[in-house]
Design a binder for this molecule. Structure first.
Ligand code: ADP
Length: 619
């Protein structure tokens, strides 16, 4: 059983008070008893001497020893005067007279030689004892003195006995009163000790229950106390401590929340390791990069968790050297390219931040770098081809071909054609660069697609006729106007028709269509779009090349494209313009043969928010 402090204090105080009262009571009783007995004894001693003095005349008045009845008479007389029992005992213990015994019974009284007071008196002259009388049966105090009646006669012992009934009664009455007083004192002490225990322990139990509430998550800790003593001081110190702790916890929670917000919102993956290389913390970006959760990562060795040799080597190296390290890794499954910055964080012990790894996803950057490099290589290649040709024919002319009019005319025609081609490439490149750098902003005017088609056809028709191509136009007459830039849409249609003519053998059919269609990818299911299509019966595009024909310089058949005067940039320009109108463009197979290019332009609200060209996605 566990006792509360209150009961411990109350019980302890009570035990101490009870012991004190008991000892004081017992000592008082003993002292008083002793005192009474001494006084009683002294009085009895005086009486004994007087009684002995009272017997003296009997032995000095005649030469004959006094008779038994005279002794008895005197004993009774002296006994009455002294209010005590008077006994005269011979040296051999024979009782000669006794005031408490009738004359007839005297011979039958027992020999008193063995009585302690008689023996003491015979040997020392005086004797004393307290015991229950054999004769009267009462507790009696005895005093005895030796009496020498004459020189020749044997000594006698005068003994006086006084019953202690009165004394005992007084003593027991005193004891009763004393113990009553002690009982009352004990009750007062009991009440006081309970009150004292309560007043001392109340603030302590208040502190304990406040601390219990605090430890179970209740943020407010406050002990109300008016006490000015040590307990009051303790309570106010604890209140102060709790306030400070509360402020510190708030501060830490805020710091933690800010840190978590930073870590959570970071695009870079962050991983914190302890000195053994075990994961302490990872942020959501890193969870996404590696497809793991923070819960499963925490506490695990980094090397076991990722199983990436290069990453493990980096972690091992920084844990050993405690210096900054950097590396770039490629994830085997996703193929993502991650740049890792590993920095020492200073923690030396387990569960202390020792290394911080920051992982930047470089995949997009590397992809763009590759596109840029490919682009530069492509541009150089594209420019070098006509230039080489021009240079070759110029050299041939200088080497003497200029003197041959037929050859020089042919060479100069080739040089002109290649120069035109160079010019075309540079114009297309400049156009593309203007579109990509945002140098051109699209107009946003309501226009009828029919007029766009008519304008384009008027330019294209002569070329189509030259190639004996049949042009078929199917435009839905109920088409609503579309918001867009007419010149740019004419450019889109021109590029598509130009390709259709180029890649369709003579006598083929080129169909231009415009109709209403559901808008793809719009959150509003009722949104509508206009679908513009250019289909030909030409050579077609293999399925695997279809998604790539919109890339810069991508050609299905390079030689053929060049032969036909293509730059490889036409469809890239188309894609940018269409996406600038928030539209989509794709190519599919035309049945039974050829290709079908589809441009879908959104109508309504979507079309109103035309993109500025620099927002258009880059190919
Ligand atoms: P190019 O100037 O070479 O035509 P484009 O960007 O216009 O460049 O087209 C890219 C490639 O797509 C062309 O080289 C060609 O291989 C293919 N292509 C484009 N339009 C057609 C078409 N109508 N029929 C077949 N192939 C086409």
């Amino acid at each position: 059983m566990t006792w509360s402090i209150r009961w411990k204090v109350a019980f302890g105080t009570l035990v101490a008070v009870a012991c004190g009262l008991l000892i004081a009571g017992v000592m008082t009783v003993q002292f008083l008893e002793q005192r009474y007995l001494t006084q009683f004894g002294n009085g009895l001693e005086v009486k004994t001497k007087l009684v002995e003095y009272g017997f003296q005349p009997l032995f000095h008045s005649s030469s004959l020893p006094p008779t038994s009845s005279a002794l008895q008479e005197t004993a009774r007389d002296l006994g009455n005067r002294a209010s005590a029992r008077v006994t005269l005992v011979a040296a051999d213990g024979t009782v000669l007279a006794d005031s408490a015994v009738r004359d007839v019974d005297l011979p039958a009284v027992e020999n008193h030689k063995s009585r302690p007071e008689i023996q003491q008196a015979l040997s020392t002259g005086q004797g004393r004892d307290i015991r229950s009388s054999h004769t009267t049966g009462e507790r009696t105090m005895y005093r005895a003195v030796l009496m020498q009646p004459s020189q020749m006669a044997s000594p006698l012992v005068v003994r006086v006995g006084l019953p202690m009934v009165v004394l005992d009664h007084e003593l027991s009455e005193f004891q009763q009163r004393l113990f009553l007083a002690l009982g009352v004192a004990f009750l007062v002490a009991l009440t006081l000790s309970i009150w004292l225990a309560h007043s001392i322990t109340k603030p302590l139990s208040d502190i304990a229950s406040a601390a219990r509430r605090f430890s179970s998550g209740n943020q407010t800790f406050h002990v109300k106390t008016t006490a000015q003593d040590e307990v009051g001081l303790l309570a106010s110190t604890l209140n102060h401590m709790a306030d400070q702790l509360h402020a510190k916890i708030d501060e830490l929670s805020e710091d933690r929340a800010q840190l978590l917000a930073v870590l959570t919102s970071m695009v870079e993956g962050v991983m914190v390791l302890d000195s053994r290389g075990h994961v302490l913390q990872i942020n959501p970006a890193l969870e996404r990069m590696f497809g793991i959760s923070r819960v499963e990562a925490r506490g695990k060795p980094c090397t076991e968790l990722f199983r990436h040799q290069q990453l493990n080597d980096l972690v091992t190296a920084i844990l050993r050297s405690r210096t900054h390290h950097q590396d770039e890794i490629v994830l085997p499954l996703s193929g993502r390219c991650l740049q890792i910055e590993a920095s020492p964080a200073g923690g030396e012990r387990d569960n202390e931040a020792s290394v911080v790894l920051v992982l930047h996803d470089m995949t997009e950057l590397r992809r763009l770098e590759k596109i840029r490099k490919d682009f530069v290589a492509n541009v150089s290649h594209e420019l070098r081809t006509p230039l080489t040709s021009i240079k070759g024919y110029v050299e041939a002319l200088l080497d003497g071909a200029k003197d041959n009019p037929a050859a020089s005319t042919k060479f100069l025609e080739i040089i002109l054609k290649q120069s035109d081609r160079l010019n075309l490439i540079i114009e297309d490149l400049l156009e593309l660069s203007k579109i990509e750098s945002g140098g051109i902003s699209l107009k946003e005017e309501p226009l009828a697609l029919r007029s766009v088609i008519d304008r384009t056809l008027s330019m294209i028709k002569p070329i189509a006729d030259k190639n004996r191509h049949r042009l078929v136009t199917t435009v839905d007459p109920s088409l609503p106007p579309v918001a867009g830039d007419e010149d740019r849409l004419v450019q889109v249609l021109t590029n598509l028709l130009d390709n259709a003519i180029k890649y369709t053998p003579a006598g083929g059919t080129i169909s231009i269509g415009a109709k209403l269609a559901p808008s793809v990818g719009s959150p509003d299911p009722s949104a509508r779009a206009i679908e513009l299509s250019v289909a030909d019966t030409g050579i077609g595009i293999p399925e695997e090349d279809r998604p790539r024909v919109f890339e810069r310089f991508y050609r299905v058949d390079k030689a053929r494209s060049r032969e036909l005067g293509g730059t490889g940039l036409g469809l890239a320009i188309v894609k940018h313009i269409v996406e600038g109108h928030r539209g989509q463009v794709w190519v599919e197979a035309n049945h039974p043969q050829g290709s079908r290019f589809v441009v879908r332009l959104p109508l309504g609200a979507a079309a109103r928010g035309l993109h500025h060209m620099n927002e258009a996605s880059r190919a």
